[in-house]
Each structure stands twice: as C-alpha cells, then as structure tokens.
Design a binder for this molecule. Sequence first.
Ligand code: GLU
Length: 626
Amino acid sequence: MTRHSARTTTRSRWVLGALVVGLPLSLLPATAGAQPTTAPAPQTDRGWHGRPTPLPKVPVMTGSGGAVSSVDRDASQVGIDVLARGGNAADAAVATAAALGVTEPYSAGIGGGGFLVYYDAKSKKVTTIDGRETAPASFTDKTFTDPATGKAMDFNTVVNSGLSVGIPGTPALWAKALRDYGTLSWGEALKPAERLADQGFVVDQTFHDQTVANAARFSAFPATAKVFLRDGKAPAVGSVFTNPDMAKAYRTLRTQGVDVLYRGRLGEAIVRESNAPHTAPGVSVMGGQMTLRDLAAYRALTKAPIHSQYKGLDVFGMPVPSSGGIAVAEILNLMKAYERRTGTPTSQVSDVQYLHRFSEASATAFADRNRWVGDVRGVPVKELTDPAFAAERACLFDPMKAHPRPIPFGSPDGSYTSCAPGAVAQGQPYEGQSTSHLTATDRWGNVASYTLTIEQTGGSGITVPGYGFLLNNELTDFNFTPLTPGVPDPNLPGSGKRPRSSMSPTILLDDGKPFLAVGSPGGATIITSVSQTILGYLDRHLSLVDAIAAPRLSSRNGASEGAEPAILDGPTGAALTAMGHTLASAGTPNEIGAVTAIRSLGRGIFEAAAEPTRRGGGSAMVVHPR
Ligand code: GLU
C-alpha cells in the first residue's frame, strides 16, 4: 500500500470564498454559478455548457469545483451535475441521496431514514439533521414481546412484517436540508432521481446478488416481487433496470410537495400497506400500527453535533438517537489514552498492536453505548465523550492481552479516579449490515456527510403498491427485551421513540476549516469502519483511499470479533488470537463497510475517495478532474 504522511500533506483546507452562495439555482445564469474563477471556462470543462460529460467509476478522483463520493456511479454523477450547474453541497447531498433511492433501493430511499452532518461555510458551524424513523405512538416497551410468554418475538418474523416499519424520515430530512442549507427547489432536487427511475440503470453484480439473497422474502409480497423480481428472478447483470412505479413516487413528491407523504395520499398508501401488507397466497405477516396522525407528527430535527477532539482536529458526529458520534469519540479518546499509558503513539506500533488497541477501544465503547445510549432523556453524552472518562476506562488496558469479552460497561459519572473494572458485562444486540453513505462538498466550502438507510438490505420486504419503494424495518433496531434483566436498557421500543442507530456520518475540522468528511454503511460495523478509516488516515500513514481499503477488524464486545480475510487468515490474525482475541468471519461475503470520504488538498482542490472493492466498489467524483 502506498504510505505517506497524511498530516504533512493534507492539513490544508477547503478553500472558501463564493460570492453566489445562497442564490437560488434558477437565478444563476447558466454559466455564472459554475465558474470557479473569473476566467472563461475552457471547452474541456465539463458541466457548464449543455449536458455534463459522464465521469468514470473510480475510487479516487482529485480536482476542483466540488466533489461527491457515494457507493454508486449514477448517484455520484447526479450530485456532480448538481454542483456543476451551481448547486451547493446540501443540494448535491439531497439529489445524490434521491438517486441512491433508485439505484440502491435495498439500502436507501424514501421509505427509510438517516442522519446528515453538515458544515455550513457561511456560519462556519457544523449542525446535524436527525431524519431517523420513529415508532408509532401506540408502541410500548412490550410491543416486540409475545403477550402470552413475555419473551421477545422472533426477530425475522418482525423484520418481514408491518410491525418493523418506522415512520419514514428521509423525505422530511431532504426537505429540511434544502430549506435550511440548499439553493435548489424541492422539485429540482428530486428530478434527476425520477429520471433515473424512468430511464433505468445498469444492473451490477451487487444489485443482482442482493436481489437473489432477498428473492424468497420478496416473493412473499406481490408488490415487491412485481418491482424487483422480473419473471420471478433477479434481474440479470448488465440489463437495464427501470422502476416506473418509483418514478411515479418521485413525481408525486416532486409535484405535490413533501406533505403528500406526511399528510396526503402517499402517506395513506404507506399506512395502508404497513398495517395490512399484501402477501402471496398462503403467507401471512403481522401488520403494523402506524397511523396518519403518526405521519403528520413526524419531524426531521436539527440537533447539535457530538463534538470531540483528536490530534488537534475537531471531530463532529451524529448525536442521539445515533450512538455513532458518541462511540467514535470514545474510541478515538481511548486510542489517545492507550498512547499515553504505553508511551508509544499509534503511528509507531506494529499492525498487530494497532489492531489490538483498536479492538480493545471499540469493544469498550460498545459496552458503554449499549448501556447508556438510546433515545431517552439523560444520556451522559458529555461524560461518555470526556477524555477523562476514556482515561479511566483505559486504566486496565494491557498491551499484551485482550480483555475477556464482554467487557463490562463503565460509570460515566463525572468522577474518574477509579480503576475498578465495571461490574456488569452485557451481550451484543443484533444489528445487520446495510445502508448507504455519501459525502459532498462544493466550491464554497460547504460539506455534507450523510448516511441513509432502510435498515436491513431490502428493509421490511414490503413495497408500497404502485409506488415502487420499499418500507424500512428500522424498528428492529430497538432491543426487543432488556439486554440484561434488571439493567436499564435505553433502547427498548416506546411511543414515538427513535431506535438507536450506529450510523456515523462524520466531519473533521482543522482550525475551524473542513478537513475530512467520512462515513460508511454496515450496521454496527459503521462505528468501527469510520473510526478505523480516521485512524488509518491520521495515524497509520495511509492515503485516504488506502485507509478506506485497509483490512477491517470490528470488535463490538461480542464473543467474537469480525475480521476480514486479510486479517483473519494471515499472521496478523494468528498474533491477535495469541493475545486472546477471538476472530471470526464478519459474514458472507466477509466484508466490513463501504466508506466514502472527501478531503481537502487546499487551494480549492479536493480528493474524493470511495471503497475500491467492497460491495462492488464506490464512486468518487469531482466537478473538474485534474
Ligand atoms: N439500522 C442501522 C443503524 O441505524 C443501519 C442499517 C445497517 O447498516 O444495517 O445503525
């Protein structure tokens, strides 16, 4: 792998300085908003005149004018075209996300939710928008238990049912992001996605494989089978996949406004279908409890970000109901604490020692988030992200030996002098691996880091008839019963509550200026993928794309730790095992995460980076490639 010093070559910033920021797109002359300088655009410039030239699908691209990185080429291109025509990072983020709803319909879309972390160049502030799905008002902490036995319902039975469907937050987040930060109208932002759904995209291996993996449950829902199974089968690789029903959903939203989902006929269709899903003959599933009132009550919420510091950089992440910002901050704080305890910086230790430290840090952070973080009052956010708490949690760190799992949770109580191990060790709640992440920046220095999801790949499996999009199963992110009897569990279901998430859209600032934007899909592994990418880039001398590609380890305080083949099957894995780590495959395929990121090279130049191979590889683009 190429190694270079990230810190010496990359501490330059996004260059700010647009005069036209805030102008609606329609008020900009065709070329004015798009010019990075006052010089006339050379003929080779793309995007300013007529139809933009398609950019290739690559994992790294460097250049000016703004950047977009997502898991999908068509979606990144939509974002780049928005930037090229004068849109800003919020516009690009919404348009790219809408396109992901078309090309990644099993991971993202209007039937789901997500979290946006946004750096606004004008105010120089990082804010977040919480577009997480909510539980219906009728939910209680017993909703996912069998009334007869009091035991947790079967997980998969709930996934494939209307009961798992949360009130969608994605459309509300898009509307709010455009209102608060964007320049495009709602209709302009959704139009490219509608076109993509109408004209289709070329099926790749990942989409094909995901369809095959879900074919059995999709065939239980006729509306889903009609849209996603062609003649009962997954569409062939290389074929063009159109989704006219989803085009209709986007057209309905675009022409009638977001309220058509929260107060109109699109919402009525969602409520009807989630309450009484249409199923194939002989199949019956539980209905949900969503009401029109629940939909009308839904709000995407502006929230202050989680803020911590790492190696002189300000790290901003997503607050509750995501545990992402808190857990990433604790992991980074623990890595610093281990450096202080051992006297050896992360940058100077062996790969084995680095991964050992990283594993101990992430298992510890997961122990704490499982006990303390959820959509409840009184989450000890300040304490959990306090370096003093991390120092206390690090005091039992052994550089030669792994702590037995599960590690007990700590006491974020403001007094950090104890070195006593915690008393209660809890198991690991189940979380799948799906979702989509995108990062976008513009030439004015605005930055968006946005993770969106419908939870499991394929969500609940329920498609809204006639509208071609899948409904989420986000409510299965709640713990069905307390993780440990007798220990308060902040992540039980509840009325109007938002399930705890691991999504970790992150923005790092250097001296107040954007430095790096990063995020990943992957359920609970999102937290470890994002932290490992930050550490790889800042401490392990990796270029950004190499930090994204580096073999992953994901220790979440379970009995075993997910390790990709390059670790699991090699000498690194053997050495970690000898230290007491129990490594295991992270699944089939054995892949963890699919990060996208953007960094600044200074003077208005960006490097967009995406996953090179996992999930078929992502797509990094800039407006003016160099
Ligand atoms: N539901 C997950 C979360 O909010 C994301 C879905 C996934 O990546 O599996 O953390």
